[in-house]
Design a protein around this ligand. Structure first.
Ligand code: MN
Ligand code: MN
Length: 320
């Protein structure tokens, strides 16, 4: 039975442009709230981009994504899923980062997510740049390595930047493998493309058994075939889903720091999410939405549309 407390504000009662914009118009339930332990899926903002090596801005992502998310309605058009009735969903607020200190920020993020995991809440994160996924995984995978389905133009598997800097948005999954947070044989990275520095990241993937599905293969095989393989790789074990908005072609998602041409369109961008059904999802994120480069607001709208698709799959999993 759906819990009245966890229902979003209806657009039939208060117009969707009015009111304080929480994620999907859900109740705001921070740690310490008396309903915190009843939340099943928590939407969390991580307004942070200190890992960004080129064009910044994802620190403004959560606020923009919350605003755009007021466009989401109660029911999925194809599956019929009503996610807010199938699971207790809430906006858990933002992690307050330290914009001047990467290590301190990561500790703050992990501390926040440890409380979320301890309460049995499945987190759906709005970043933030892609380094956000590392401190989140430190909490999500604290009991052992997880698999990952990763949508991105980039592998984010580099060792370091600028002569030894270990923590940037180009390195999170290299660190996650080294720290035992990811089981590389259960990791698939989809949509990889663009000009390259060198092959260091791809060599690391090959040496560790990470499956890369380059964009050429994605376009040749199509969404359903590629995603069937992704589900097979991740298997039935705990799986994290990480979605970098630069997976999508910059025609549809220009508001991001490191765009790469030749990517999926907005239809394929949501289609891949529908194909996640059947996985054992223990957390998901939408990262790298950069409002300063999002002149139309369309990138944030696509970002929350993708979050809604992922949320529907996650809610179906909670409902059983
Ligand atoms: Mn990325
Ligand atoms: Mn990327």
């Amino acid at each position: 039975m759906s819990d009245p407390f966890f229902q979003p504000v209806s657009g039939f009662e208060v117009p969707r442009f009015a009111g304080v914009p929480t994620f999907m118009r859900l109740p705001h339930v921070e740690h310490g709230h008396d309903r915190f332990n009843d939340v099943q899926i928590g939407l969390i903002g991580v307004p942070w981009d200190s890992g960004t090596t080129n064009r910044p801005g994802p620190r403004h992502g959560p606020r923009q994504l919350r605003d755009a998310s007021t466009m989401m309605r109660a029911q999925h058009a194809v599956s019929g899923m009503r996610p807010f009735e199938a699971a207790n969903c809430a906006d858990l607020g933002d992690v307050g980062p330290n914009p001047a200190d990467i290590i301190d920020s990561m500790d703050r993020i992990t501390t926040f997510y440890n409380k979320v995991m301890d309460a049995g809440i499945v987190p759906l994160t709005a970043g933030g740049d892609h380094l956000t996924s590392l401190p989140v995984l430190r909490a999500v995978a604290k009991d052992g390595p997880v698999g990952m389905v990763h949508f991105d133009s980039h592998t984010d598997l580099f060792d370091s930047y600028f002569g030894g800097t270990q923590y940037t948005h180009g390195t999170p999954f290299r660190r996650a493998v080294e720290e035992g947070l990811l089981d590389p044989k259960k990791v698939v990275q989809i949509g990889i493309r663009g000009t390259m520095y060198d092959t260091e990241d791809r060599d690391f993937a090959a040496a560790n058994g990470i499956r890369l599905i380059l964009i050429e293969e994605f376009h040749a095989r199509g969404v359903e075939d590629v995603m069937a393989e992704a589900r097979e790789i991740a298997g039935s074990g705990p799986t994290y889903v990480s979605y970098d908005i630069d997976f999508v072609d910059p025609t549809f998602a220009p508001g991001t720091g490191t765009p790469e041409v030749g990517g999926p369109n907005s239809w394929q961008a949501i289609q891949v999410c529908r194909e996640l059904a059947g996985l054992n999802i223990v957390g998901a994120d939408m990262v790298e939405v950069s409002p300063p480069f999002d002149q139309s607001g369309g990138t944030a709208f696509l970002g929350v549309s993708i979050m809604y698709e992922m949320l529907c799959v996650m809610a179906g999993q909670v409902a059983g």
